[in-house]
Design a protein around this ligand. Structure first.
Ligand SMILES: C[S@@+](CC[C@H](N)C(=O)[O-])C[C@H]1O[C@@H](n2cnc3c(N)ncnc32)[C@H](O)[C@@H]1O
Length: 329
């Protein structure tokens, strides 16, 4: 335990003001209108149909946060801030910021969720705007991992990969790019199809990454795979459903096939790493039974599915994500 000071506690408590300023900049796509040449707030406000006084306040805060600069009669952003924050940039992290923005409502209901044990937020991903931010937010997150991981994940000699709950297919795509003999099936809910196919096409592997629509809780999975990749899906469901998902994925493998689980894995005591503990709350406020799992719990699911040679890979991702691997005998 630390001995917090009042100042530290209040700084932590109010940190969301900066978060909200960043979210507002993303929601208004301000960085698409900012560049190296200073622009007066009044010009920007006219172009974006915003209130000039309020926009000036937001831009001043963004400047104070170091994300924009003020001077020479206006506001500007450097190339890197624009590349990361403008909606039209290929490297933009804006979809994930928008996803964070959308789920703030659910987080505000955390006391209620702890009182009742249930998520009480009314919003899911049925709304197309929220769905796109969620799925392309997953793309943003996965792009920080997949290109490098593809070079180290032991997939050479494997011909068919199942990317279960693969979302926009970021991992399947990069595993195929790195392993020329590999083709992949992204299995996900039907509404995910256009995002997965468009992303595979954008990376030039549309002929090797296919999409299978379905619900991994209630539908049968296709079979005959040499590898199964379950990235960030188990935390969305409760333990009994997770046991069934892992058993189904193992059932989709050929003998000798390998199953990987990528999650924010809790240490067995359950109170580290920090991000995995907070992610459990993220699932508490958004899902019926979701949670973070400990390494021991995930290993038990793999053992229950009949997998052998279960091991934790040395990989440690951003936010301390980890990977377990097991082989179907
Ligand atoms: C957190 S995202 C992870 C996406 C991707 N695996 C990654 O790591 O970037 C969870 C994915 O699982 C999918 N999913 C959730 N429940 C599902 C279900 N019951 N059947 C099929 N897909 C599901 C969602 O649509 C979403 O694409």
């Amino acid at each position: 335990m630390t001995r917090p000071t009042p100042g530290e506690l209040l700084t932590l408590s109010g940190r969301y003001w900066e978060t909200c300023a960043l979210h507002a900049a993303a929601a208004l796509d301000l960085f698409a209108a900012l560049g190296p040449v200073p622009r007066p707030a009044a010009d920007l406000a006219r172009e974006l149909s915003l209130d000039p006084r309020a926009l000036g306040m937001l831009l001043d805060a963004l400047a104070a946060m170091g994300l924009a600069a003020k001077g020479d009669g206006g506001y500007r952003a450097d190339d890197e801030a624009r590349a990361l924050l403008a909606g039209d940039s290929p490297r933009s992290v804006r979809p994930m910021i928008m996803h964070h923005h959308h789920i703030m409502e659910a987080w505000q209901l955390l006391p209620e969720a702890v009182r009742t044990g249930r998520a009480t937020s009314r919003h899911g991903f049925e709304d197309p705007v929220r769905r796109e931010a969620f799925l392309m937010g997953m793309f943003v997150n996965a792009m920080a991992i997949a290109p490098g991981l593809a070079r180290e994940l032991p997939l050479s000699g494997r011909a068919r990969l199942l990317d279960l709950g693969g979302g926009p297919g970021t991992y399947a795509i990069h595993f195929c790019l790195e392993n020329p003999g590999l083709s992949a099936t992204v299995f996900d809910q039907p509404a995910t199809r256009p995002f997965a196919l468009a992303t595979a096409g954008r990376f030039g592997v549309g002929d090797r990454v296919s999409f299978a629509p379905g619900d991994f809780l209630s539908d049968p999975l296709p079979g005959g795979f040499d590898a199964a990749w379950l990235s960030q899906i188990l935390h969305g469901d409760g333990p009994a459903d997770c046991r069934s998902i892992v058993a189904k994925a193992a059932g989709a493998l050929n003998p000798g096939g390998v199953l990987f689980i990528h999650e924010f894995i809790l240490d067995d005591a359950g109170d580290t790493p920090l991000f995995a503990t907070l992610f459990a709350l993220n699932m508490l406020v958004q899902t019926r039974n979701g949670q973070s799992y400990t390494e021991g719990e995930l290993r038990a699911m793999m053992e229950g599915a009949g997998l052998a040679d279960i091991r934790r890979l040395p990989f440690r991702g951003p936010n301390d994500s980890g990977i377990l691997a097991g082989v179907k005998p």
